[in-house]
Design a protein around this ligand. Structure first.
Ligand code: FMN
Length: 165
């Protein structure tokens, strides 16, 4: 997908969440008092990721399927994104990443049907964060990166085009 997007003239800022310290959200809601910034009181590496993510036009979330859901490092990051959503359900409801296009890419060992829960969570998250999701790509039977099925590569390129289209 990266190659496809670069070929189309787009800039990619890839964040590997495992390279950053992302502590678990403590649910203090101090961030709710700060309307125009993340406002998280935890001083770890997450703020630096927000600074890179907020100016972008589109966000692709990619994870291996772990226990039917997101890998824990990315799950921790999604929890921390709660500080980007302000006044959820209230009159001033907004998201600091609202309006951006988004997509989900998941690789898994099993069949596509077993990746239903992660897609459900992603769709709920996208709605909550006011993202304009263009879709999800599940790559089943995927254990060796260098043996990626040709149809998965074709689908990934199509999703890449959708996310910038
Ligand atoms: C802790 C753990 C949990 C996993 N849980 C699932 C699962 O629930 N369903 C599934 O199909 N594959 C599961 N897998 C397999 C991975 O999703 C699969 O190998 C994935 O394609 C690896 O992607 P990667 O090469 O990017 O690491 C699991 C693997 C690990 C290590």
């Amino acid at each position: 997908m990266e190659e496809e997007l670069k070929g189309l003239g787009h800039e990619i800022d890839r964040v590997d969440v495992i390279d950053h310290r992302i502590d678990g959200c403590i649910g203090c809601w101090a961030c709710a008092e700060i309307p125009d910034e993340p406002g998280c009181v935890l001083g770890d590496g997450t703020e630096a990721i927000f600074e890179r993510m907020i100016p972008t036009d589109a966000i692709l979330f990619a994870s291996p399927l772990y226990m039917w859901g997101f890998a824990s490092q990315l799950k921790a990051f999604l929890d921390r994104c709660a500080c980007l959503v302000k006044d959820y359900g209230g009159p001033n409801y907004k998201s600091l990443i609202g309006g951006k296009k988004s997509a989900l890419l998941v690789t898994c060992m099993g069949p596509r049907e077993k990746a239903d829960l992660i897609q459900g969570i992603y769709k709920r998250f996208a709605g909550y964060a006011q993202l304009a999701s263009v879709g999800e790509l599940i790559v089943p039977n995927c254990t060796e990166p260098d043996q990626l099925a040709e149809d998965a590569k074709t689908q990934a390129k199509a999703l890449a085009r959708q996310i910038v289209g």
